[in-house]
Design a protein around this ligand. Sequence first.
Ligand code: BGC
Length: 386
Amino acid sequence: MTPQIAIMNKSNLMLSIAGFVILASASCNNNETSNKEEAVSKTGIKTAAWGRTDGRQVHLFTLSNKSGGQVKISDYGGTIISWLVPDKKGSSGSIVLGFDSLSGYLAKPPYFGATIGRYGNRIAKGKFKIGSDIYTLATNNGKNALHGGLKGFDKVVWETLPVVDSVASITLIYTSKDGEEGYPGNLKTSVTFSLSDDNELTIEYNAVTDKPTPVNLTNHSYFNLTGDVSNNILNHVLMIDADLYTPVDSTLIPTGEIKSVKGTAFDFTQPEKIGARINEVAGGYDHNFVLNRKDSSLQLVATLSDSSSGRRLEVFTTEPGLQFYSGNFLNGSIKTSDDKPINQHAALCLETQHFPDSPNEPSFPSTILKPGEKYHSVTKYKVAVF
Ligand code: BGC
């Protein structure tokens, strides 16, 4: 895989970043609507200026492959903006929700395509303890902390490190300061997105810290395999390789139990239509599935398919959990760039991660990263036509 911040020596890293800054500065005067292509790397990655926020230039990177696939990623929030894949008739469409311009993201949509950190999903009442130290986080979801807080990794401009590799690939880096959103320790994070010619989008996360801290990084893409939000995802067929899930309370915090999916609306061990039993789940699916796994290798954990487009998405991960969120809180108030309302269940998320609220649940796999350790997590989304 590509070199990562945790294993690069500092001078190499700074040199690479400096090289990129020179490339980017050519377009610093462009405003948000400007979308002029400014550079094409050896692996065909296009870089364009994409507006400004927080006094920083934002970029849009386009990764393309030989199969007609194309992924656009922004350094604002480490966000996947679009993922074009041909359907069974050969017509292209984006299988993820996203906007054409930065303004759509600055309006704070619910994490469309974003890299989530420092902690994906909820931490109860925004509090946790490491040893005898109690930490209090920014709360942004009722009394709970969600997806890293008020200004999580999804709302910052990352540094960019273009990678020369055999596949189209880009690395973003971000250092979250000690105390940011209440989390302890300076956390150096990198996320690498790679697109293969087989329409595999691999996301690799690395992080190191100088104080013990919870880390749970994920991507929050909302998938609709039809490529059109006018169709909801209730006819998509889902398989999740999980015999168990973690039930939640009314604020979506795990109760601490681990329950069997057998015979319940949570049983996706065999392919099942999402709409088949969704009405039995209060509010819709928004649950962590405990993946069946023997080890921490990259493993196929979920398959999503849509017969109308003939597209199938496979999810592989090294993570122990998968948050299946059926877009319950989407309510039509947000519109796509071509003015279509994004209604409830217009798209769904399959977020590979550790379990929500793990810092407060000693029986869940630990999410605490300690100084000297390396956080490493890989997720691959693969799209094919059937
Ligand atoms: C959470 C949902 C939340 C959504 C958007 C998902 O990961 O599980 O409860 O509404 O993200 O914030």
